[in-house]
Ligand binder design. Structure first.
Ligand code: TUI
Length: 319
């Protein structure tokens, strides 16, 4: 018998399994997003700092590759936010996730066209503020994740957000397999979002060298840089992260440190520079062992979680 997992977000987002693929700037393109959606999860295109035209092309490409729902992740620090939001409205994208800020003022416009709005939050205060704008669900992201991070771990954050809001909560950060999905559901989440694991999906277009670096990573190979500038980012350790560490320890002015970061995500994820590029990845990079299709990743995660939850329920015995 194969057990799978279904939760309320499957109905909300019209997907088969409660697994979202994290919207990763420069990493999750239409190819990856469409593959994840085709496999029954929710694929998400990472808009990052790209132009509105790029976002439109990617959305149209994903529509060509799949007829299933998919999402776009919008980074709220990006300079052309209004234009990107307009493209999302015009193209009637099914789901928008947001990162690195408060998307409150865009929520009414997006809801008008039927787009589900799911912000990423890393604190209870922001979660409470955002549900007042009428968001459909929240992604509670712990600091185990890659890229821009908050301060709480997933284990501590998820139950606190679940207790604070009355919309479905999706857990993110530190989730790699069926154990992670099962644990998230036990904490009260209605599903999970995984980013790092999907970096090594066959359909992910990042350079092979970056995938190899993720596969080689061990447990202590990520570090958070940029705490002193107010933009803490988790990356795989390399020459660039050591430079950041050195500058931060010498109290170099924030503007100079920020300048060093300019264009470095592109350097890693497009040009494949694993030494001087910013290889954003989460702590579960150490668990990634191989490159496989998104469909297999999702099937493995969902079936493993089903088995675990079934077996674990037998640990509760009547007395
Ligand atoms: O956004 C992410 N992860 C990201 S964004 C990104 S692109 C980037 N590039 C260079 C420098 C910085 C970022 C790479 N990875 N995750 C979602 C996330 N959002 N995590 C934490 C937050 C967050 C943090 C503070 C959300 C809101 C917030 O509060 C702002 C407020 O208004 O209170």
């Amino acid at each position: 018998m194969v057990l799978i997992i279904r939760t309320e977000i499957c109905d909300l987002l019209q997907i088969e399994y409660p697994v979202l693929q994290g919207g990763m700037a420069r990493v999750s393109t239409a190819e990856l997003a469409a593959a994840v959606s085709e496999a029954g999860g929710l694929g998400i295109i990472g808009a990052g700092q790209a132009s509105a035209e790029w976002v439109r092309d990617q959305v149209r490409r994903a529509k060509y590759l799949t007829s299933k729902p998919f999402g776009v992740n919008v980074m709220l620090l990006c300079p052309n936010l209004d234009e990107i939001m307009e493209v999302i409205r015009q193209e009637r994208v099914a789901v928008v996730t947001t990162g690195a800020g408060n998307p409150g003022k865009y929520v009414p416009g997006l809801k008008e066209t039927g787009t589900r709005v799911i912000p990423v939050v890393s604190s209870v205060a922001l979660a409470k503020r955002l549900i007042r704008s009428g968001v459909d669900a929240l992604i509670a992201e712990g600091m185990e994740s890659g890229g821009h991070v908050g301060e709480l771990t997933t284990m501590a954050l998820v139950p606190q957000i679940v207790d604070a809001v009355d919309v479905p909560v999706i857990a993110a950060g530190g989730i790699y397999d069926g154990r992670g999905l099962a644990a998230a559901l036990v904490l009260g989440a209605a599903g999970v979002q995984m980013g790092t694991r999907f970096m090594c999906a066959s359909e992910c277009v990042i350079p092979q060298r970056v995938k190899e670096m993720v596969i080689k990573a061990r447990d202590r190979d990520t570090i958070v840089t940029g705490r002193s500038t107010g933009h803490p980012v988790r990356v795989l350790k390399n020459k660039l992260s050591r430079l950041f560490e050195e500058m931060e320890s010498k109290c170099v002015p924030a503007e100079e440190i920020e300048r060093l970061g300019t264009g470095k995500l592109w350097a890693a994820m497009v040009d494949g520079d694993v030494e001087m590029g910013s290889v954003m990845a989460g702590q579960v990079a150490a668990m990634v062992k191989e490159i496989k299709p998104a469909r297999e990743i999702i099937r493995e995660v969902v079936q493993e979680a089903g088995k675990i939850l079934h077996d674990v329920s037998e640990m509760a015995v009547a007395r």
